[in-house]
Each structure stands twice: as C-alpha cells, then as structure tokens.
Write a protein that binds this ligand. Structure first.
Ligand code: KIV
Ligand code: NA
Length: 275
C-alpha cells in the first residue's frame, strides 16, 4: 500500500500504528521499502551515523539532497521525509521556503521535517503554502544541542510541558501532517497525542504515540558510539556483520575463498597458446 501524508492521518484516525525508520542510502531504502514500514526519514542524524560527526550541526542541505536522492531511488511505497538541516530554515522565511523547495525538487521526496514549535511556525506555514508537506519535531531537538546543554529528556517542568503541548497545537494549526516527539515523558506524550488530530511519531516518548521512529543503526546494533535508553536491539546486525568480515578474512588467509564456483574459465585451446 502506498503511504502518503493522507494515509498517515487516516492511520491515526482509524487506530493503525505507524512504523518509521531512518535511511540514508539506496540499499537500505530498498530493504525497508520491501517491508511494511510506513515512512522513511532521511534524518540529519546522518551527520552522526553515516558521516561520523559528534552532532547534527555540521550537516548541509547538499548532504541531505545527496542522501535523499539515493534513498528515493530505492523507494516505491514508503513515505519519505527529509530533515531540513541546521541553519537551512533559521534565517529568513524566504530562505526556509527556498531550501525546502530545493530539497523536494532535487530529491523527489514527499516532505520535509523542521525542528521547533511556535518560533518557526511562520516558516512551517509558508512551506505548507508552497504545497510541501511538513513534519514537526518537538521535545529533544538535536539541532538545539548547545541551548539544551546536551541530549536530555525534555518537557519535565510544568512550563516546558505546556510549551510542548501548545507548540504541537500550533504545528497542527500551521498545517503540519505529523509531529515527531523525541525524549519526552510518556504521560506528556499522551497529552500531546490527545491534543492534536495529526499523528505523533515517538522516539523515546513511550507507546502512546500514533507511531514510532528509530535510527536503523541503533535498532540493528550497528552504531556503538552512544546507546540511548529508549533504543531496543531488534536484530544484532552489527555482530552478524563483524562475524561475516571475520569469516571472510579467515577464508582468504586459508585459501578457501574464492572457491571453484566463484571463478571464471578460459577455453583450453586458448590457454595452450598462452603457455
Ligand atoms: O535525524 C533523525 O534521525 C531524527 C529522528 C531521530 C527523529 O530526527
Ligand atoms: Na533529525
């Protein structure tokens, strides 16, 4: 079934949970697209998990486009959201709309995601008016790392919790089709989920959200630098990969790889002339 921003909203209304994961290249996008995952996020987490930076701040619009294009080549039925990176929507309204437009035009993806609430609401509105679906992102917003003083659970005080609820309502009002809720207490996520009719997609925010999202390297145990509490290992691909590489090394050293079945032949009469 083809996933769109329309089916996302219908899925929440009809009580079907949404599953999203990140992807950053063709091979992974294709594997994911062959499952019933509803949405792929080309997250600016790519700065950390594929480029090796220690935050998302250095990621450029060009990086998002480069990886977004690769993902789109592997996708048929999955909704694709591309993160707008740090400083691509923080300056003027015109620049925000132009960067969103560039990301969509050059990749063919279906929507963009911006971090923040009422402080960026005029930009969300303008991007939606340009007919580009927008996903919101509240709670722990990694592009605000230096303001938050680290990757920490958000919305614990009454004031901070109220701000998240009001921001979610403002995002719905501005036309956002869904909102990521990252690292907020489950009971607050429940209040947000009930305060808006658009789906909330949780990460570290409990099971009450309309759906969940995880970074694939986290859920497949491939990224060892940092493992947040909310991550569950669904398959230990990291260990399977290491085992595969080690077996390869052993067989190369022993001479058991490549085998007969991996080699090409030349005709005997041609070979004779070469000796
Ligand atoms: O960049 C990312 O992967 C994200 C998700 C964790 C929501 O923003
Ligand atoms: Na992100």
């Amino acid at each position: 079934m083809k996933n769109t921003v329309v089916t996302f909203k219908r899925d929440k209304a009809e009580g079907r949970k949404l599953s999203m994961v990140t992807a950053y290249d063709y091979t992974m996008a294709k594997i994911i697209d062959e499952t019933e995952i509803n949405g792929i996020l080309v997250g600016d987490s790519l700065g950390m998990v594929t480029l090796g930076y220690d935050s998302t701040l250095a990621v450029r619009v060009e990086d998002m486009i480069h990886h977004g294009k690769a993902v789109m080549r592997g996708v048929k039925d999955t909704l694709v959201v591309i993160d707008m990176p740090f400083m691509s929507y923080h300056n003027t309204l015109e620049e925000a709309v132009a960067n969103a437009g560039r990301i969509i035009k050059e990749t063919g993806a279906h929507s963009v995601k911006l971090e923040g609430g009422r402080e960026i609401i005029h930009k969300v509105k303008a991007i939606v008016e340009a007919q580009i679906p927008v996903m919101g992102h509240l709670g722990l917003t990694p592009q605000s790392l230096n303001i938050m003083g680290g990757f920490k659970v958000q919305g614990k005080s009454e004031e901070a919790a109220r701000k998240i609820i009001e921001d979610a309502k403002a995002l719905e009002e501005a036309g956002a089709f869904a909102i990521v809720l990252e690292c907020i207490p489950e009971k607050l996520a429940e209040l947000v989920e009930r305060s808006v009719s658009i789906p909330t997609i949780g990460i570290g925010s409990g099971g009450v959200c309309s759906g969940q999202i995880l970074v694939y390297q986290d859920m497949l145990n491939m990224y060892g630098d940092f493992k947040p509490k909310f991550v569950k290992t669904f398959a230990d691909a990291g260990s399977v990969m290491r085992e595969g590489f080690n077996t390869y090394i052993r067989e190369v050293r022993e001479g058991t790889f490549p085998g007969e079945e991996h080699t090409f032949k030349i005709k005997d009469d041609v070979l004779e002339k070469l000796y």
